[in-house]
Design a binder for this molecule. Structure first.
Ligand code: NAG
Ligand code: NAG
Length: 451
């Protein structure tokens, strides 16, 4: 999803020739709709994944040098991390819900995890007793001032925790932002099979939306397709994390102006764009594809060459970003090296890639934002973590002779980390061919294209 419409600096666009376009064979097979299992089975799946995540928390505490991690929250005022740890059948925190993780429990006390759901002072007595017994030097709390995932402790709750723990224990509270970030970011291995199915379903929805089954040139509007997608998500018993956006692409970049809310009627020869994601099983996807509306009687070979070349350029930029995403580097370092390589290959464009998973814009380092192509403060300085999912989101500029203008070619696909091969791979595939809207027999006639 495009994160920002603030446009700080307009990049000068140079007509650049692409010297080499790498051919790739990762075009995905035809995507099929993947129905979800019954709710009861979904809960079992999610709880299995959550148990695995809970089991790795102690190692994350050790990695970031803290001895314990304390969360305290009330019903409807949950810590952001609560949503990544809760049982599938929990819909909110209850009463006061306190969670304590220990990096290393005392010998004989095997539990790394204690939790309370209470509305009496007993919870504070037991918590203090446990902390005194284990004597942690550093107790992490989610009270960061910048990062959502590490700042979920509500202000009133934080004040109360300090008071109830007493001066001595409260003095050991620390903020270690990477604890919450890594816990939320880590996608346990078992999730991938279903993440792929979610991604395939998102592709199937886009493929159907961008076809003559849904689009009738001269009648169907971009807004019609957005709502068609929303209904399709509902019919499939999925949900989403943002309203889909469908656009007719022209020379003006999408992030230069906010969405007008205007409904535009689609015509022959239009280049279409969609920004679309689905949500299911506690996971989210984010995809941007493009489609071309063929004139009656036209075939794939009639797509303007300038559009084909623009798509290839954007594909090349995807390869560049994906290969620069080295574990341990910061998002800002990856942004810098990606843009440097991009320009050295004669491409102009923007990179604004983000972690995805439990949230659409999930925990982890950002690789650029639409309005920040030098560096992203704070979030861009975090290290890139393995075992996470990322949305490789970007745009490449290309001069399209057929319309005598430079256009942006927007693509977005999700990737996952393959630890054995130490590389990222597309979750389902990536777009290398335009979706095509063919005209039905007898529908319309060729009108002269301006330009
Ligand atoms: C959606 O859920 C309903 C109710 O359980 C079910 O009847 C229907 O088959 C489901 N649809 C799909 C596409 O999974
Ligand atoms: C192309 O656009 C430029 C400026 O944007 C203009 O000067 C030129 O005349 C146009 N060429 C054609 C063939 O329309």
């Amino acid at each position: 999803m495009l994160q920002s419409y603030i446009y700080l600096h307009v990049l000068l666009s140079f007509l650049t020739l692409l010297h080499h376009v790498q051919c790739s064979s990762s075009q995905a097979p035809v995507p099929k709709y993947q129905p979800l299992p019954p709710l009861r089975e979904q809960a079992l799946l999610q709880d299995t994944w959550t148990r695995e995540r809970l089991s790795i928390v102690p190692s994350i505490l050790k990695k970031w040098g803290v001895d314990a991690w304390l969360m305290s929250q009330r019903e409807y005022a949950e810590d952001t991390v609560f949503w990544s740890l809760k049982p599938a059948t929990s819909f909110s925190a209850r009463r006061r819900t306190v969670i304590l993780f220990l990096a290393e429990p005392l010998p004989g006390l095997s539990s790394h995890l204690y939790s309370w759901i209470d509305n009496t002072p007993l919870v504070w007595e037991e918590l203090s007793a446990l902390l005194e017994l284990h004597d942690p030097t550093k107790i992490a709390v989610n009270a960061d001032d910048e990062i959502s995932f590490s700042s979920g402790m509500h202000a009133g709750e934080m004040a109360l925790v300090r008071e109830k723990l007493g001066k001595e224990l409260a003095g050991r509270l620390v903020v270690e932002k990477m604890v919450a970030v890594e816990v939320v970011a880590t996608m346990v291995e078992g999730k991938l099979g279903w993440y792929r199915k979610l991604q395939e379903t998102a592709w199937a929805m886009i493929s159907e939306a961008f076809s003559e089954d849904v689009i009738e040139p001269g009648r169907t509007s971009t807004e019609d397709i957005e709502w068609w997608l929303r209904e399709k998500i509902l019919q499939m018993n999925y949900s989403t994390w943002f309203h889909p956006s469908v656009n007719i692409l022209g020379p003006k970049p999408l992030f230069e102006s906010p969405p007008s809310g205007k409904s535009n009627v689609i015509n022959y020869g239009d280049l279409l764009h969609v920004d679309f994601g689905v949500t299911a099983l506690g996971m989210n996807t984010d995809t941007q594809h493009m489609a071309y509306v063929l004139y009656p009687g036209e075939t794939e070979s009639d797509i303007p060459q300038g559009y084909l070349d623009g798509l290839k350029k954007a594909n090349r930029l995807q390869d560049i970003v994906k290969s620069n995403m080295k574990i341990g580097l910061t998002g800002n370092q990856i942004l810098k090296s990606s843009l440097k390589q991009m320009r050295s290959e004669g491409i102009e464009g923007k990179v604004y890639s983000h972690p995805i998973g439990d949230w659409g814009h999930s925990a982890g380092s950002l690789i650029g934002m639409t309005n920040m192509q030098d560096k992203v403060p704070v979030l861009g300085d975090l290290p890139l973590l393995k075992n996470t999912y990322y949305s490789v989101e970007l745009t490449a500029e290309h001069f399209v002779p057929e319309i005598n203008a430079t256009m942006n070619f927007y693509l977005e696909e999700d990737v996952y980390w393959i630890e054995d091969e130490k590389r990222w791979e597309w979750v389902w595939g990536r777009q290398e061919k335009f979706h095509l809207i063919h005209s039905r027999a007898g529908q319309g006639f060729r009108v002269q294209n301006a330009g």
